[in-house]
Write a protein that binds this ligand. Structure first.
Ligand code: OGA
Ligand code: MN
Length: 209
């Protein structure tokens, strides 16, 4: 893959930021090259096969049955140095972070991100990506890793936008970005495994001291 161009030279990053400013969300159909998407999907499947994906939490101390009634995905956080494909994704998202900061002055400090695998039938009920006890998450970004997703297989991300519903199928290389505290959304059940990389740009937390 050619080296990433500088943020200011990358029209797709500017388009995302323009969308965020104008309406609070953005959708890009082909955000990354197919070979990087396939490497990320293989990395997610490798982790799943090794039993590294864990049931995702929804808060603190939630009973397992309550959790599964709200979300049924399994996740693993990614860290720099995990794998070359993950590092390349983190690099691109750091360019996006800098572009957002330059244009929108959100003061985003970092990007946290996990693989997510929804087995057939799993869903995530309507929610906001902002915790009551932690308001550092400002911008959500979901990259889908599913080759050859067919209409009728379900698994859409459903966003609730000013009284209107907007569905995004989880097709390979699609990216959705939205303001974490403003856009309620849910994940609809699918008839096949649904893989993604889900992440959040965060600002600095309030220091209690
Ligand atoms: C989440 C989430 C959306 C998706 O993990 O908080 O809403 O499409 N994911 O996977
Ligand atoms: Mn969410």
């Amino acid at each position: 893959m050619p080296a990433m161009t500088l943020p200011s030279e990358h029209p797709m990053l500017s388009a995302i930021v323009d969308d965020l400013a104008a309406r609070g969300w953005s959708q890009q159909a082909l955000f990354l090259p197919g070979e990087l998407i396939r490497a990320l999907a293989a990395e997610c499947r490798r982790r799943a096969a090794q039993g590294e994906l864990e049931p995702a939490a929804i808060g603190r101390g939630d009973a397992q049955t309550i959790r599964e009634a709200i979300r049924g995905d399994r996740i693993q956080w990614i860290e720099p140095g995990d794998a070359d494909c993950c590092d390349r994704y983190l690099e691109v998202m750091d360019c996006l972070r800098q572009t957002i900061n330059r244009e929108l002055f959100l003061g985003l400090e970092d990007f946290e991100c996990h693989f997510a695998l929804y087995p057939p039938g799993a869903f995530y009920r309507r929610h906001l990506d902002r915790f009551q006890d932690d308001d550092r998450r400002m911008v959500s970004a979901v990259l889908y890793l599913n080759d050859d997703w067919q209409a009728g297989q379900g698994g859409e991300l459903r966003m609730y936008l000013d009284g209107r519903e907007h569905d995004v199928p989880p097709e390979a290389a699609s990216l959705v970005v939205f303001l974490s505290g403003d856009v309620p959304h849910e994940v609809l059940p699918a008839s096949r495994d649904r893989l993604s990389l889900t992440g959040w740009f965060r600002r600095r937390g309030n220091d209690p001291f």
